[in-house]
Design a protein. Structure first.
Length: 128
């Protein structure tokens, strides 16, 4: 199973793990499962761990389609932990798509950096 998740209502975050090969259908299935989970709140943030991701089968077009069906609110932050060059490169591509749509999405190499950005208070500046 390439995508699993847990929801932490206390921290208002969805923790998602991505492994193996990732396709557009995997992401669509993940979106559907989130929407069907009674703990899911579209205002929650998402921390996606892609440290065991091996292959990505996404195009720019599939990324745009997925952003249009994103179950989270537009203001909900998403941080991706991507240690490999492949996963980090894909996260940067998605980051550019998100920027166009005003979605706060960032790729990081280290978990601590991802969490620091994801859990930053609204009154803190968003300079990085």
């Amino acid at each position: 199973m390439p995508m699993t998740f847990t929801i932490d209502p206390a921290r208002k975050v969805v923790f998602t793990t991505v492994s193996g090969e990732l396709t557009e259908q995997d992401l669509r299935d993940h979106q559907e499962k989130l929407l069907g989970d009674p703990q899911f709140d579209p205002e929650y943030s998402q921390l996606m761990d892609a440290t065991t991701l091996k292959t990505v089968r996404l195009t720019s077009l599939s990324t745009e389609r997925l952003l249009r069906s994103r179950p989270f609110k537009q203001s909900a932050r998403c941080a991706v932990i991507a240690e490999s060059d492949l996963a980090y490169g894909i996260s940067r591509m998605v980051e550019l798509h998100c920027e166009v749509h005003g979605i706060p999405f960032r790729g990081f190499r280290k978990r601590a950096e991802a969490e620091a950005w994801l859990f930053r208070k609204p009154e803190d500046t968003d300079a990085g």
